[in-house]
Write a protein that binds this ligand. Structure first.
Ligand code: SAM
Ligand code: DTB
Ligand code: SF4
Length: 322
């Protein structure tokens, strides 16, 4: 390896500029993938992936208007609304996920943010899942400083809150909370000493310049998010983005590659949308630096790649769990 390549792969920079990152997106695909894979190999075992399992602890009737989301009360998506699950139901699901090989259990809730007695129940869920010896993750929406600290004390390891897209494109997608609200929540999470999980969605009608800005937002945080989920939009009938044209798969893979280069030590998760991807596309995502996935039949409400097709894919690629 040349000296220049060594510096490039070892560096953890927090001063990425939009023009540099747009230039990465504009590189020929093979050059970009080679660079991303080199960075990946210098920082991780390229044959291992981290496996998380998701559970929706409170489904549907969310007051927010995120145009991509089947759980928003603003859109008729035919989703059955559910009450908050009971602590025992969640702990039971987590124990099963652990037996199936998951190392992290992520609880999602269709809330603007946690409130009142529901938050107390959610804290008990975190305690119960942690006691099983799993890594815990929660995605409960906006958090105050105090709520972030209480989650930390309950045994939470990671908090997921996505920036979703670029600050500019965000205005087209969500009106009920601002980009700054999201950044404030991430600051509260960081200050509480929780690991940050933050990424976004590809396929919301954004271009590569927006994807570059989204990744610059993440890569210029005081500390890079420990996990960076890159979701491919699952177009859900009834949501305003149901008929959004599917982005070019190579642009999706480019987004993974650029995330890997910008945040060399973070886990980049090939998150929602794997069900619609070919095995070959997923393999290219792993080559480009994705090293984490959600496994299990379901994400929060949408179907995921089946455990059988995952077992077959990972087996054929020689990919093992971390
Ligand atoms: N309500 C909380 C919030 O918004 O932070 C937590 C749950 S929310 C469903 C978590 C993330 O799921 C969103 O930020 C978005 O990135 C992703 N998501 C939701 N619907 C999606 C879809 N149809 N396709 C891809 N990703 C989606
Ligand atoms: C994330 O970035 N993706 C997950 C998790 N964080 C909470 C959620 C994906 C949701 C996909 C649509 C659904 O299942 O409803
Ligand atoms: Fe609610 Fe989260 Fe869906 Fe937005 S993404 S509508 S906040 S559940």
């Amino acid at each position: 390896m040349t000296v220049a390549a060594k510096i490039e792969t070892a560096d953890v920079r927090h001063d990425w500029r939009e023009d540099e990152v747009e230039a990465l997106f504009a590189q020929p695909f093979m050059d970009l993938l080679h660079r991303a894979h080199t960075v990946h190999r210098a920082n991780f075992d390229p044959n291992r992936i981290q496996i998380s399992r998701l559970l929706s602890i409170k489904t549907g009737s969310c007051p927010e208007d995120c145009k991509y989301c089947p759980q928003s009360a603003h859109y008729a998506t035919g989703l059955d609304k559910e009450k908050l699950l009971q602590v025992e139901q969640v702990v039971e699901a987590a124990a099963k996920a652990k037996a199936d090989g998951a190392s992290r259990f992520c609880m999602g809730a269709a809330w603007r943010g946690p409130n009142g007695e529901d938050f107390e129940v959610a804290l008990a869920m975190v305690e119960g899942v942690k006691a099983l010896g799993l890594e815990t993750c929660a995605s409960f929406g906006l958090l105050s400083r105090d709520q972030a600290q209480r989650l930390k004390h309950a045994g939470l390891d990671y908090y997921n809150h996505n920036v979703d897209t670029s600050p500019e494109h965000y205005e087209e997608i969500i009106s009920t909370r601002t980009y700054q609200d999201r950044l404030d929540t991430l600051e509260h999470v960081r200050e509480a000493g929780l690991h940050v999980c933050s990424g976004g969605i590809v396929g919301l009608g954004e271009g590569n310049a927006d994807r570059a800005k989204m990744l610059v937002t993440l890569a210029t945080m005081p500390k890079h998010p420990d996990s960076v989920p890159i979701n491919l939009l699952i177009p859900v009938p009834g949501t305003p983005l149901a008929d959004q044209p599917r982005p070019d798969p190579f642009d999706f893979i480019r987004t993974i590659a650029v995330a890997r280069i910008l945040m060399p030590r973070s886990f980049v998760r090939l998150s929602a949308g794997r069900q619609g991807m070919s095995d070959e596309m997923q393999a290219l995502c792993f080559f480009a630096g994705a090293n984490s996935v959600f496994c299990g039949e379901k994400l929060l409400t949408a179907p995921n790649s089946s455990p059988e097709s995952d077992a077959s894919l990972f087996g054929r690629l020689g990919l093992g769990p971390l």
